[in-house]
Design a protein around this ligand. Structure first.
Ligand code: AMP
Length: 454
């Protein structure tokens, strides 16, 4: 299957070719024909699967024929975070470079005047976070009755962030005759309910089972005490030869402390969380993308969907309380078929969250010992105390410790798999090693060296 066969126009095909994409990813191959036929669609896909192009490409095609009127955008894409919204806007710039579509990005933390000016001129594509959109609507700066295509992206994230009432309000302002696309990595009952309410006879496409982490991500778990977390984390960072990493904390207050401690230790670390000014967030992300920052100490605001190329590691400084967050956090690495490694520091108090994660990913996370040394180093006992453990936990721990077969898949050092900087990476189809392709379900696209499926 080629992009041409999907029915995209020459201007889009040219832009795709310049991106170096040789064929559609499975989600694109499945979704694009439905979207082009103006059908409603539910896309069950995690980030890293190419889902953004799965809706931006056909939208560019659909919208290419018309003209936007002042204050009346023709399509609306709702994103849970400013960063994701900015990323989608960038996708429209990249894929739509040979078409004349106008777009506006409506997110909080940036000047409203500029956004209003753009809206007044008329936009084909409006990409927004729910809060800012409702704000501008309330001020009478925007009319939503010409929306022909609505995209609700990262719907499960919207749910986690409490945006569902806002989404319901926004949808109530749209014309009932429209095309609606909804993308979500997981399908909790609330999102199922939304699809029933807002979509009409939708086609469903799916590329990976819900909440399945990428297969090219190697995961490890370290039991430790809260007081030792800084040192344990540093031990792992040293041991792992980290190229670039996200370090996730559950609490914003821990982010600043950990970032400045790591900086004092000589690491190139910076914080990123939702309380920072938008300009600082944008700058930090740009610096990280440009390899000026090695460790980004962040909250979940950075977890979903951000497409950071070549992330070698993800560290969970805390165990996320929501197992979906674990999947999304570790999904920042091992993207587009590249290897990634993730480490999670857990205290005894976090055992129940570890259990929830393991239930969600349907496997035990291999346990490593103190200071980042793997558990198969026999001299190193796991940090978790053996005493005073409830029998059930003890059994679980023994279960985790009985994972000798994981040894082969966890060699002490993997120099041959050491992550190279993005610019030095070979093109996907020149990658060797692991056959599994992540985020692409069971299909291996040929651009990753897989067999062509007809
Ligand atoms: P997404 O899941 O939308 O965040 O996309 C993940 C990454 O895949 C992005 O870096 C895209 O540029 C890249 N990508 C999207 N479509 C293709 C394709 N057909 N071939 C190769 N890479 C792609």
């Amino acid at each position: 299957m080629s992009f041409k066969e999907l029915g995209l126009n020459e201007d889009i095909l040219k832009a795709i070719e310049e991106c170096g994409y040789t064929e559609p990813t499975p989600i694109q191959a499945q979704a694009i024909p439905h979207v082009l036929m103006t059908r409603d669609l539910v896309g069950l896909a995690q980030t890293g699967t190419g889902k953004t192009a799965g809706f931006t490409l056909p939208m560019i095609e659909i919208l290419a024929g018309g003209r936007a009127k002042a204050r009346m955008p023709r399509s609306l894409i709702l994103e849970p975070t400013r960063e994701l919204a900015a990323q989608v806007a960038q996708n429209f710039d990249t894929y739509g470079k040979y078409t004349n579509l106008s777009k506006a990005l409506l997110t909080g933390g940036t000047s409203m005047d500029e956004q209003i000016k753009k809206l007044d001129r008329g936009v084909d594509v409006l990409i927004a976070t729910p809060g800012r959109l409702l704000d501008l609507f309330g001020r009478g700066r925007i009319l939503l009755n010409d929306i022909k295509v609505l995209v609700i992206d990262e719907a499960d994230r919207m749910l986690d962030m409490g945006f569902i009432p806002d989404i319901e309000k926004i949808v109530s302002l749209l014309p009932p005759l429209r095309q609606t696309l909804l993308f979500s990595a997981t399908m909790p009952p609330e999102i199922k309910g939304l699809t029933k309410k807002f979509l009409s006879n939708p086609r469903e496409v799916s590329v990976a089972p819900p909440a399945s982490p990428a297969e090219t991500v190697e995961q490890f778990l370290v039991w430790t005490d809260a007081k030792k977390k800084y040192d344990v984390l540093e031990g792992i960072i040293k041991d792992e030869k980290v190229q670039n990493a996200f370090v996730f904390c559950n609490r914003k207050r821990d982010i600043a402390g950990l970032a400045s401690w790591l900086k004092k230790k000589g690491y190139n670390a910076q914080p990123l969380h939702g309380d920072m000014a938008q300009s600082a967030r944008t700058q930090t992300l740009a610096d990280f993308q440009a390899d000026k920052i090695t460790l980004l100490i962040c909250s979940d605001v950075a977890a979903r969907g951000l497409d950071v190329k070549g992330l070698s590691h993800v560290f969970n400084y805390d165990v996320p309380m929501n197992p979906d967050d674990y999947v999304h956090r570790i999904g920042r690495t091992g993207r587009a078929g590249l290897d990634g490694r993730t480490w999670m520091l857990a205290t005894k108090a976090e055992t129940k969250y570890v259990d929830l994660i393991e239930q969600r990913i349907k496997k035990a996370i291999p346990v490593a010992g103190k200071g980042g040394k793997k558990q198969d180093d026999k001299k190193t006992a796991p940090v978790k105390e053996a005493t005073k453990e409830p029998a059930q936990q003890k059994e679980k721990k023994q279960h985790r410790e009985r994972q000798p077969e994981k040894k082969e898949s966890r060699p002490e050092k993997r120099p041959e798999k050491k992550v190279t900087p993005p610019e030095k990476r070979p093109p996907h189809n020149e990658q060797d090693g692991d056959d599994s392709v992540v985020g692409f379900g069971n299909e291996m696209p040929t651009f990753f060296g897989g067999e062509k499926k007809n």
